[in-house]
Design a protein around this ligand. Structure first.
Ligand SMILES: [Zn+2]
Length: 255
């Protein structure tokens, strides 16, 4: 059996599938992998959270970075891989998506928001880091920032506003991580898409699935430390490959 048929067979046999997605999934929607060498982050040197809180210049630099990168998020559309996951969910074949991505594309691809665990947060909503009460649309804050050059501040307490993404130096949401670990433990198959599984603790989730006796599929361009323990590894574009597999499994899509 070739690798593609094996992929379809494994997906077909799964009763409790969980997907884990990383930057490679979003690059297929035109979102650059900011953290890769030579990416925008390496030019801007993103502030760690402590610096963001303490230093106005760091906040200004951060919002300038956002002004440059945010349009890519606004213009991005779900790709065939996102829609394939949406179809699997609609058919009752996918329990949840755990993602390192901050682009909101899984929900737009058809997986209901409550079944998408965004471990690193999302770019579209911002919140006050001091009072935690005030929320705003990142797009509105950016518009004002571009007009007056002032890093956005909370109208209630003057604390700094920041997109709801997990920054360097900021820990992941413990409750969310616990839910992800429990999903990983219950999964009979974990489908890794577009992640090199290099960032801990999120990247340890597939190991939880393996330890609990579940299977593992890795669709990723680069090797990962779990390749030797996976049931199947395909070094092809993750979204495109899954879309073909889901078509083979469920028949052609309507759109
Ligand atoms: Zn506030």
């Amino acid at each position: 059996m070739d690798e593609f048929s094996r992929l379809v067979q494994l997906l077909s046999g799964s009763r409790r599938l969980v997907a884990f997605t990383g930057a490679g999934m979003s690059t297929e929607s035109g979102i650059p992998d900011y953290r890769s060498p030579g990416g925008v982050w390496s030019r801007f040197r993103p502030p760690v959270l402590q610096e963001f809180l303490a230093d106005r210049k760091a906040r200004e630099r951060y919002w300038r970075f956002y002004a440059e990168t945010f349009p890519a998020f606004q213009e991005a559309r779900p790709n065939p891989g996102h829609r394939a996951l949406g179809r699997l969910h609609a058919e009752g074949r996918l329990a949840a998506v755990i993602t390192q991505n901050i682009d909101g594309l899984h929900a737009r691809g058809g997986v209901p928001a409550q079944d998408v665990l965004e471990l690193h947060g999302g770019v579209f909503a911002s919140a006050c880091l001091s009072c935690g009460e005030h929320e705003a649309r990142t797009a509105d804050l950016l518009e004002r920032f571009l007009a007056d050059g002032q890093p956005p501040a909370c109208p209630r307490c003057q604390g700094p506003l920041k997109p709801r993404t997990v920054s360097f130096g900021q820990s992941l949401d413990g409750e969310l991580l616990e839910r992800a670990a429990s999903l990983a433990a219950q999964a009979d198959l974990m489908l890794v898409m577009g992640s090199s599984l290099a960032v801990t603790p999120a990247a340890q989730l597939p190991e939880i699935t393996l330890a609990a006796g579940g299977g593992l599929i890795i669709l990723n361009r680069d090797p990962t430390h779990l390749d030797s323990r996976a049931d199947l590894v395909l070094r092809t574009p993750a979204g495109e490959t899954l879309a073909r597999a889901v078509e083979a499994l469920l028949g052609g899509s309507d759109d």
